[in-house]
Design a protein around this ligand. Structure first.
Ligand code: XMP
Length: 305
């Protein structure tokens, strides 16, 4: 387990050394990893840091508004509305790895533009140890590691949490006195809802994923999962009212894990599952079916793409 007492000053010193008197920009997603990276960097270099939150349109319900409020203390948090650009870039992309690369590339382009405006030569990221392992092992290109385009217009990338596991990052977050909403936040993948949609990402599927994820998070809260969410995995026939509908199939996933490297599907009770099912099919006309994913990791991964 990380020794937070020594980790925090060491990380700050490393950031100061890497960035010097230059300006840096942080890719803030609102998750615990990037929030810790932002807080450490903010303490290390003060207002030489510009925090940028990119609204990709692939975020959870209400997330952008929440982040705006939570990080209001960080002077000059930039919220970039890139929703249309991400959706356009993802048009016609069906391969999971290509999807990650398209998103990684779009992220970097957004940051390059913001960095130029802020005159920043350094990019700070919330990469943690499992992100690196999975990308290096070619399991998946996490958007903030293997998904980077080859030419990145920064002098340096600073990753203060790169050797930490998720529970260690949370410990650092508590030591830094970040709000509980941040330190205990459920992990959410960098590519967002795009990896909870099998096949092409469209505005319609994103809305189904977003609303369904919201229901699943609410209904599973008492079970304290490591992660719980919904994914749009295909289409199937159903009957709504007097009509046959060819609607979306939503898969519900709720897993226990320590570090995301392995995971166990949770044994949710029937009532919880039925409540999730009826809320999702009841509120979304275009969903015909809800299924529960009982697969552990391995052999499945946590996310769908
Ligand atoms: P998988 O799907 O690989 O997920 O079993 C393991 C953990 O990592 C998260 N995840 C990501 N996080 N960028 C991230 O920052 C990504 O590209 C990414 N892909 C998966 C996932 O939500 C889970 O917690």
């Amino acid at each position: 387990m990380v020794d937070v007492e020594s980790f925090i000053p060491e990380a700050k010193a490393e950031i100061q050394e890497a960035v010097g008197d230059e300006e840096a920009i942080i890719a803030l997603s609102g998750g615990v990893d990037s929030s810790v990276a932002a807080a450490l960097t903010h303490e290390a270099i003060g207002n030489h840091l510009t925090a940028v939150y990119v609204d990709t349109g692939l975020m959870r319900k209400g997330e952008t508004e929440e982040i705006r409020e939570t990080f209001a203390f960080m002077d000059g948090l930039r919220v970039v509305d890139a929703r249309d650009r991400f959706l356009t870039a993802l048009e016609g992309v069906t391969d999971p790895e290509e999807k990650r690369h398209v998103i990684g590339e779009q992220f970097i382009r957004e940051f390059e533009r913001e960095a130029q405006a802020a005159d920043a030569r350094y990019l700070v990221q919330g990469t943690i140890y499992p992100d690196r392992i999975e990308s290096e092992g070619n399991i998946k290109s996490h958007h903030n590691v293997g998904g980077l385009p080859e030419v990145v217009d920064f002098d340096g990338i600073v990753e203060p949490c790169r050797d930490l596991y998720k529970d260690e990052v949370r410990e650092v977050a508590r030591a830094l006195e970040l709000e509980e909403i941040i330190s205990e936040r459920m992990p959410f993948p960098g590519p967002g809802l795009a990896v909870r949609i099998v096949g092409e990402v469209t505005a319609e599927k994103v809305e189904v994923a977003r609303e369904s994820c919201h229901v699943v998070e609410e209904e599973t809260e008492a079970h304290e999962p490591w992660q719980a969410f919904a994914a749009v995995i295909g289409k199937a026939t159903g009957v709504k009212g007097d009509n046959r509908v060819h609607g979306w199939v939503v898969a519900v996933r709720s897993v226990e894990s320590r570090d995301g490297m392995t995971a166990r599907a949770q044994e949710l009770d029937w009532q919880t599952l039925q409540r999730i099912q009826s809320r999702i099919t009841g509120s979304l006309d275009n969903v015909s079916r809800v299924v529960y994913d009982v697969t552990h990791k391995p052999p499945a991964t946590i996310e769908y793409e």
